[in-house]
Design a protein. Sequence first.
Lengths: 330, 170
Amino acid sequence: MDTAFFLVTSLVKVLIVLGFVLLGVPLIVWMERKVLGHMQDRIGPQRVGPYGLLQTIADGIKLFFKEDVIPAQADRVVFFIAPALSVITAFAALSVVPFGDTVRVLGRDVPLYVADVNVAILWVLGTTSMGVYGIVLGGWASNSKYPLLGGLRSSAQMISYELAQGISLVSVILMAGTLSLTAIVKQQEHLWYIVPQFFAFAIYLTCGIAETNRAPFDLPEAETELVAGFHTEFSSMKFALYFLAEYANMMVVSAIAISVFLGGWRGPFLPPVVWFLIKLTLFLFFYIWLRATFPRLRYDQLMSFGWKVLLPASLLNLTVTALVVALGQG
Amino acid sequence: MIEAFLFAMFGAGAIAFALGMVFRRNPVHCALHLVGVLLSVSGMFVLLNAQFIAAIQILVYAGAIMVLFLFVVMLLNVRGETPLLTPGAAKGFGFFFALIGFVELLWVVLSRGGDEAVPERLPALPSGFGSPAEIGRVLYSTWLFPFEVTSILLLIAVVGAVVLAKRKFF
């Protein structure tokens, strides 16, 4: 009976998270176009549905029915796997994010996360590092110049920024003494980790934006030099999958930032899930705001910023945190 | 029951991927099969109650090292390279090393002579087994010397790579 209950609730939670991402991504794209529009003194989409809300749905349906072009010299199998890999890794990372407090269903406690892995943070870092494959393989399998260059750029960028990102999370892990996201959220009842670990938060967020290949770090798809980067040759649903993965990855980075630094689902008055959604929306707004504000970095600037500024800064932050934690215990 | 099924799945996966890695012609496909092997092994680590090592396996080997491998393979375009050995010599070497491996395995199996029967019930795992804290404690106490030696070895490799990269020989 308990096993059956666990299976059913788990399945429902998986469906909720999956549906949330699949429905959330069109909404984020709509928000992006609308916000960008207003920031640039335009009105953005407004024709399809109220306030243009159905615009991205219409775009999605259009992509679905488009012809799926595969380049003649492409590596067909890898060309097929690459976009799927991008999406799978993004979804896998979301499975460990706690999005609410425990709720009671039929007299039983149901925790609101898909899986409480005791090494959740490592799991997230691992899946995001697997996400590099989707991009680098997509670039390679197209067997074409610009995608290959875009894929290489993007994977070099992701590998470089992953380091600083991981190290900035380690300093919080040192303070928390656990790798489990649910436990970290539980510990932030009185003080969010953004207060003692503001530097780690800033480094994490910068790296997160670079990880997701978003402006101002969107060099992999710099139109003026690389056409569309790694996904130049992808059309129809394969392109849509890359698109979905990019936005799902934005959600992952935001959700981890919320859980690790901003108290997760905690907040006064409103129900936990609502707080989680509010914080998530703010983060995604921040992403769009950045895109409207900053010009793209040059490639060498990007690399030297990652290796010569962010990495040493995160290491310094880690050293100081380790000293403080050690002195506090001793 | 579920555990046995999962073990069979990961085990079969690891073997299939390993075979694919050896037999595929395209080096990029080989590298991808190796990633498959690493992921399957990481699944087995989870079954062995070693989640931390499983996560590290994905993060470090499948995620970081194999991406670099793939990078190098893609950039070098190995397909155009002339092979180091003639096919006959390669087969000879392969057979020789396989024979050594086989004899070694045989020797290990025979020298044990089946005196270690598999216990009916395995002893319970010590508390905290496989947890990051326990691994850290063991690593920095019992295995401190090998750990430090490994770090020196890696340092030598890094310095060596820098020296080789600096030397302009082409």
